[in-house]
Design a protein around this ligand. Structure first.
Ligand code: ZN
Length: 285
């Protein structure tokens, strides 16, 4: 098999799982592989090597790897902030992946990877993506490309505001995601999870961003959105109601993420292939 017939591997590391998908440039198709449990963060490297070997046994040569990480990366592609994967902060993840795969990977924030899939799906649109996983992150797709900000830290929406007295995983008090997950934590509330208050909080926060950014489409993703708790419907209703009250005539489409749980992995594969690029990119990949 020649290198041109290979595939791009997309990986998405979350708090407990590594999700994998591939993009085949010869057919322009995406395929979901599987999810792999990752306990300690360093297990990422061995698991990545095993996935590359699995693909090789399927006669698929891995010619590129994209990896989505839960946190903020610096200009040298190291995690500089990761409340949920602190053990990987400062680790040379690029070299670690290259060491087990023979491929120098593209790294990005997991929300940006999920945004890349929406950029591919809505190439002529502006899309704000909000991902409710272990933490809450956001991304912005503009005309088929991903905007990651001057410091590669666009979209840290989980760590904004002063919404309560909860201490966040980032050590700040009152962060949006800390308050949200506190409302949904069955152990922290005597009457169980307060889904209505959680939906109201999400809609309130997102309304402000929609007001500022005015995207054509809002995409909600992450495990919290796909579970059958009705949160997606409640947030959508709250936003539609706020829009009609305060912004009469404004249009906003609201969808679940195109690739559902595998949006980040598929998007990482697309970014590594170059099919989806970046707006105003100042980072050396
Ligand atoms: Zn925080």
């Amino acid at each position: 098999m020649s290198a041109l017939e290979g595939v791009y591997l997309g990986l998405d590391l979350g708090g407990t799982l590594l999700k994998a998908a591939v993009y085949d440039p010869s057919t322009a198709t995406q395929e979901i592989l599987d999810s792999y449990p990752i306990g300690y963060g360093m297990e990422l490297f061995e698991a990545s090597g095993q996935i590359v070997q699995f693909l090789a046994r399927q006669n698929k040569a891995t010619i590129g790897i994209g990896l989505g990480l839960p946190g903020v990366l610096d200009h040298r592609n190291k995690l500089r902030f990761s409340p949920h994967r602190g053990e990987l902060v400062g680790v040379d993840i690029k070299a670690g992946i290259a060491g087990v795969s023979g491929v120098w990977p593209l790294l990005d924030n997991d929300a940006n990877c999920a945004t890349a899939l929406e950029a591919h799906h809505y190439p002529n649109s502006s899309v704000m993506v909000v991902n409710f996983g272990t933490g809450v992150g956001a991304g912005l797709a503009i005309s088929g490309s991903v905007f990651k900000g001057a410091n590669a830290s666009f979209g840290e929406i989980g760590h904004v505001g002063h919404f309560g007295s909860e201490v966040c995983a980032c050590k700040r008090v009152g962060c949006f995601e800390a308050e949200l997950y506190s409302l949904l934590d069955p152990l922290s509330k005597s009457n169980g999870p307060d889904l209505e208050a959680a939906a109201e909080l999400v809609a309130d926060v997102l309304f402000d961003y929609i007001r500022v950014l005015d995207p054509e489409c809002l995409v909600l993703g992450g495990g919290l959105i796909y579970s059958s708790n009705g949160l997606f419907e409640m947030v959508s209703k709250g936003l539609e109601s706020a829009n009609s009250t305060y912004r009469s005539g404004f249009m906003l489409r609201i969808h679940k993420a195109t690739g559902l749980e595998y949006s980040g992995a598929i998007g990482a594969a697309l970014l590594s292939s170059g099919v989806v690029g970046y707006v105003c990119d100042t980072i050396d990949h």
